[in-house]
Design a protein around this ligand. Structure first.
Ligand code: NAD
Length: 499
């Protein structure tokens, strides 16, 4: 069994806490590695290194910082297969999904190559007599990020690429479930020319997180994960005077209008509901057909498609639609919620409870489930299941469907499937959710827009990536300067002291 490490001061180091977490192969259920769980002293060591390295990095001009990102993009392409394999082995997602995870992170790195343009300040010539005013964006110093298990390449890159290109040092605390890819990314950044100490990886659990939240040198904390932890981190980080942005859980609704292309809607729900075993914050977990007839047609189209889904290990190749969930505990929680759905009266149209994969009996596989006639009071509706379980909530009309998405406490993403431009426009304008798809089931904005939900899916003001990331990872300084003109007639310079 492999012992993983931290990445501190340019080297893989074991850490001193003496505590370890198990890293599983979700397909077999075996423990394949141990990851060290940092204590406050391990974290402090990384902070000292970062603090010493950061001023020189901030003084490097933005073009040169951007060049490191260019080289890093090349290295990500070079090592794509290796990264995807390491990611699938610890997370369980299929290889194409794992490559997509790296790719969507890479796209934010590409955006960061525009740093020289994005970091330009503002200038007002002649704001008053002899007065000029300009603003500049300066790095914060040492920043930290705490990331979830479900996108172990993409989300770390969404944080550290903008932070670093803005001139900060960054300490990443990845999920302890799949820590190998973040370690590989830190090494690739240094191969791309990043000075030692600017990107470090400190593995750990709550103890490491609390050490980050309480460390006086750390200026900002980015978090992506579940809502209760997001709320906790936001509160503790803010009360310690840090700049904090936290992105939480989701319960994404897809409204299906009677005029929608029903085949297209059903195909979209299969990908968005069951892809990556439902372990996506932008997964659709609630389908809301409008009208009984629409609901009947939709369920009729979903069932045969669900029956065809192939569940298996990433090693089984391209035919597999989705892999295992991340841990035995995640699997148990999903199945517990499925039981609650049955007990609370939802109709289990596709029952995946007895799913068993020959040869992988100890793996964390969960068969696909489809619930119909789910109501607002049921736990499967209220809670994020984060598994391959889709709930159909039948709405009588459009207003009721809109109200469901509006009233849910989560507000990450939502979609409407319709041929009616008026309905789509009304939905996009009125719904209180951050990311909206019109005939697009998983509306993840591209790198040059920003990503973020509303309501309990977010704590903080600025979104992830796009222009918001450059605002989050810098602070503005505004200079007002006066150089009174002393040019006399005839050209002689007559400098007068300012009043
Ligand atoms: P999680 O909240 O369990 O863990 C996220 C991070 O927090 C990990 O690094 C973990 O070590 C740390 N953590 C866990 N418990 C902690 C505690 N008690 N105190 C301090 N830190 C703690 O989330 P997860 O299971 O890794 O990821 C799945 C969740 O992330 C889902 O809810 C999903 O919706 C959400 N997510 C949200 C987005 C988004 O952009 N909104 C994106 C991806 C995932």
């Amino acid at each position: 069994m492999q012992d993983l490490t931290h990445y501190i001061d340019g080297a893989r180091v074991p850490g001193n806490s003496g505590r370890f977490g198990d890293v599983f192969n979700p397909a077999t259920g075996e423990v394949q590695a141990r990851v060290p769980l940092a204590d406050a002293a391990d974290l402090d060591r990384a902070v000292q290194v970062a603090q010493a390295a950061q001023p020189a990095w901030a003084a490097v001009n933005p073009q040169r910082r951007a060049r490191v990102m260019m080289k890093f993009v090349d290295l990500l392409h070079r090592d794509m297969d290796k990264l995807a394999e390491a990611l699938s082995r610890e997370h369980g997602k299929t290889l194409p999904d794992a490559a997509g995870d790296v790719q969507r992170g890479l796209e934010v790195v590409e955006y960061c190559i525009g740093a020289p343009q994005l970091l330009k300040g503002e200038f007002t010539d002649g704001a008053g007599p002899g007065i000029d005013m300009y603003s500049m964006r300066q790095a914060l110093g040492v920043c930290a990020g705490i990331t979830p298990f479900n996108f172990p390449a993409m989300i770390p890159m969404w944080m550290f690429a903008p932070a670093i290109v803005c001139g900060n040092a960054f300490i990443l605390k990845p999920s302890e479930r799949d820590p190998s890819v973040p370690l590989m990314l830190a090494e690739l950044m240094e191969e791309a020319g990043l000075p030692t100490g600017i990107l470090q990886v400190v593995n750990g659990d709550k103890e490491a997180v609390d050490a980050i939240l309480d460390h006086p040198v750390i200026q900002s904390v980015g978090f992506v994960g579940s809502t209760p932890i997001a709320e906790y981190i936001y509160g503790r980080g803010c009360s310690n005077g840090k700049r904090v942005q936290c992105f939480g859980g989701a319960k994404n609704h897809m409204i299906i209008m009677p005029d929608a292309d029903m085949d297209q809607a059903a195909d979209a729900l299969i990908g968005a509901g069951y892809g990556a075993a439902g372990e996506r914050c932008m997964a659709i977990s609630v389908a809301v057909p409008v009208g009984e007839e629409t609901a009947d047609r939709l369920v009729e189209k979903l069932v045969p498609r669900i029956d065809k889904l192939k569940v298996g290990p990433y090693t089984a190749g391209k035919d597999v639609d989705y892999g295992p969930v991340v841990t035995a505990a995640a699997k148990a929680n999903i199945l517990k919620l499925v039981e609650s759905g049955v007990e609370q009266g939802a109709e289990l149209v596709v029952d995946g409870r007895d799913f068993n994969l020959q040869g992988y009996e100890d793996g964390f596989f969960v068969g696909p489930h489809l619930f119909d006639r789910v109501t607002k009071d049921m736990d499967i509706y209220k809670q994020e299941i984060f598994g391959p379980v889709l709930s159909v909530v039948r709405a009588g009309d459009y207003e009721e469907a809109l109200g469901l998405a509006m009233d849910h406490e989560m507000g990450n993403g939502t979609a409407i499937f319709t041929r009616d431009g008026d309905a789509a426009r009304d939905f996009a304008a009125r719904v209180n959710v951050g990311m909206i798809g019109v005939n697009v089931p998983i509306p993840v904005p591209l790198a040059y827009h920003t990503f973020g939900g509303w309501k309990k899916s977010v704590f903080g003001d600025l979104n992830q990536h796009g222009p918001d990331a450059f605002k989050f990872y810098t602070r503005t300084k505004t200079v007002t300067s006066r150089w009174p003109s002393g040019i006399k007639e005839g050209g002689e310079f007559n400098f007068k002291p300012m009043d």
